[in-house]
Design a protein around this ligand. Structure first.
Ligand SMILES: [Zn+2]
Length: 76
């Protein structure tokens, strides 16, 4: 379980905490929390808390796409 790599493919860190059923390193987990808060505020937080792990995956995937694009543009 703890040997699982970060869900973000460009990231070399190992698993820290789950976001949905995806595994994220500490940095990306905090990034995800920040993104979620910016995106939907308290309403999103409540909605997310009530979701099942399976329902959270698309949210994590959506964020994952923004991270991949951001990392890509920053490395250029
Ligand atoms: Zn990571």
């Amino acid at each position: 379980m703890s040997s699982e790599p970060c869900f973000i493919q460009s990231c070399a860190q190992s698993y820290y905490a789950p976001a949905g059923t995806r595994a994220l390193c500490k940095k990306h987990f905090l990034d995800f929390i920040t993104w979620r808060r910016k995106k939907g505020g308290a309403a999103m937080f409540k909605k997310y808390s009530a979701m099942t792990m399976e329902e959270r995956d698309p949210t994590v995937d959506e964020w994952g796409k923004t991270i991949t694009m951001k990392d890509y543009s920053e490395s250029k």
